[in-house]
Design a protein around this ligand. Sequence first.
Ligand SMILES: CC(C)(COP(=O)(O)OP(=O)(O)OC[C@H]1O[C@@H](n2cnc3c(N)ncnc32)[C@H](O)[C@@H]1OP(=O)(O)O)[C@@H](O)C(=O)NCCC(=O)NCCS
Length: 181
Amino acid sequence: MNAGRTEKEKEKEQARVHIRWMIRRDMPEVLQAEQLSFEYAWNEEDFLRCLRQRNCIGMVAEHGEKVVGFMIYELHKNKLHILNFAVHPTWRRHGVGAQMVAKLISKLSSHRRTRITLEVRETNLHAQLFFSRQEFRAMRVLRAFYEDSGEDAFLMEYRFGDDIGEELDETVNRIAQYEEN
Ligand SMILES: CC(C)(COP(=O)(O)OP(=O)(O)OC[C@H]1O[C@@H](n2cnc3c(N)ncnc32)[C@H](O)[C@@H]1OP(=O)(O)O)[C@@H](O)C(=O)NCCC(=O)NCCS
């Protein structure tokens, strides 16, 4: 009988990564992971335009010499907002994404940035399950959020420690928001 994977077996399958700032030389590997990950992928100019913004940060996850994942996020006064996040398909389900989220969480603190937010496509069930596993919660439905497909997004949020306050930027009655649209 298959008793399921033991904790030890799971540990062995994890790929330990080093997470560092993205540099220009990473771009070919980042673009490849991007194209293999999304139907509506960013091109190089999209990345560069974003990274030129003062509050925008790019990071990559390296395993050995390879870039196996990346994330782009914005720094706001009270939160980090993820704009793009992907793991190369070959390296999925080895804990790479979880290590990237852990890196972001390590940047939060109870007195400054207390939250991480991102929008996830309604059809991207894998990402919803992944972020929910990382203790993100779906907070709101953003109707027709994406210009490309007209799809809805779920706004997902991670809260640091015992932060149970209202949303800091916009206080919205979620049920009213849902019914209005
Ligand atoms: C979502 C994504 C980043 C996850 O990265 P990953 O490195 O494979 O994730 P991890 O291995 O760290 O997964 C940690 C846990 O999350 C959950 N999880 C991850 N991928 C999952 C999936 N496809 N289905 C269900 N649960 C999943 C599991 O609980 C997993 O633990 P387990 O493997 O022990 O069961 C990756 O699938 C990806 O790049 N997808 C395409 C791009 C994308 O959708 N990005 C998000 C945009 S919003």
